[in-house]
Design a protein around this ligand. Structure first.
Ligand code: CP
Length: 343
């Protein structure tokens, strides 16, 4: 059974830190033959700018090759249900797709967002888990209902700017967006910030915007294990006061999942959650970040996005470095010796 990278919850803090350390080494020495002769299949069921570019460029920089597939567009639509009678639009089943790609490629990476109709189904993360079940090579989650590659890039950016993260005051703030968005990055931020020992506040408009209990519990468990903390607040000023890190993301309210017209007036009433200069002035000169893409002057003001304390572009750059470290690790080629070479 290959080791997959579907959730960071299956990886220890030390293992994740090793990947980040290797990413730092690869940042300084980017062209290395760690993936020579290897191929990676990148399956995109949804759009991307950063993820696709950083994986493709990263594979090339390591001497490997990435194949981009878009099922339902330039690749056959895929069925996932076991026992499906395939008389719909799907032309093949994940059981064949995962095993065939495993014969051609050394790693399979999958991006598949929720369908936004029924959270009880979306929370099962069926697509990436089906690939993990049927593939005979490692599977990487490129964002489903979690975004573990973003987590690594985020922690790397924070460590680059702040050094040690233990005990840092971290605010994960909901922001307004005209559409209900995926909870993946919020789930991931809550898990990774607590895993790295920070004092984490999930700031959101109301209890309706709590994350799925699986992720609330994971964050609480991580905080307990790491010596950090995890709480929910609906008080903007109290949350920003003394914060050292502000991470912004919008997401749809789970109780209204699939009934988005009912949620819209609630969301629309909370446009003031925008990250602006007045809120940032309450912090302890906090750094700001967002996974991108971000709508300017909706989620965060121009001044916040462009401030010297903004890490948004550094975090995006780090996607390249951490994913290269991950790809190398999953094929058994470690960048660690490079770390010694560059010091
Ligand atoms: N942050 C992120 O995953 O960006 P893309 O959606 O552009 O890949």
């Amino acid at each position: 059974m290959p080791k997959h990278f579907i959730t960071t919850q299956g990886w220890t803090r030390d293992e994740l830190q090793t990947l980040i350390d290797e990413a730092c080494a690869l940042r300084l020495a980017p062209i290395q033959p760690l993936l020579a002769g290897k191929t990676v299949a990148l399956l995109f069921f949804n759009p991307s700018l950063r993820t696709r570019t950083s994986f493709e460029v990263g594979a090339w920089q390591l001497g490997g090759h990435a194949v981009v597939l878009e099922p339902g567009k330039a690749a056959w639509p895929i069925a996932f249900d076991d026992g499906a009678r395939m008389d719909g639009i799907e032309e093949e089943h994940v059981r064949e797709v995962a095993r065939v790609l495993s014969r051609y490629c050394d790693i399979i990476a999958v991006r598949c967002f929720p369908k936004f109709v029924d959270w009880t189904i979306d929370r099962q993360d069926r697509v990436v888990r089906a690939f993990a079940r049927h593939a005979t090579v490692p599977v990487i989650n490129m964002e489903t209902i979690e975004h573990p590659c973003q987590e690594l890039a985020h922690i790397m950016a924070l460590q680059q700017r702040l050094g040690g993260l233990q005990g840092r005051k971290y605010v994960l703030t909901w922001t307004y967006h005209p559409k209900p968005l995926n909870t993946a990055v919020a789930n991931s931020a809550a898990m990774i910030a607590t895993k790295f020992g920070m004092d984490v506040t999930l700031l959101c408009p109301s209890e309706d915007y709590r994350l799925d209990e699986r992720y609330m519990q994971a964050a609480a468990d991580n905080a307990h294990a790491s010596g950090g903390s995890f709480r929910v607040s609906h008080d903007i000023n109290a949350s920003y006061d003394g914060a050292e890190i502000v991470y912004a993301k919008s997401w749809g309210a789970l109780p209204y999942f699939g009934r988005w017209e009912e949620e819209k007036p609630i969301r629309d009433a909370h446009r003031h959650f925008i990250v602006d200069e007045a809120k940032m002035a309450r912090t302890a000169k906090a750094v700001f970040s967002h996974c991108l893409p971000a709508r300017r002057n909706i989620k965060a003001t121009d001044a916040v996005m462009d401030a010297p304390t903004s890490l948004v572009v550094d975090e995006a750059e780090n996607r390249l470095h951490v994913q290269k470290a991950l790809l190398a690790h999953l094929v058994g080629a470690h960048a660690a010796p490079l770390l010694e070479a560059v010091h």
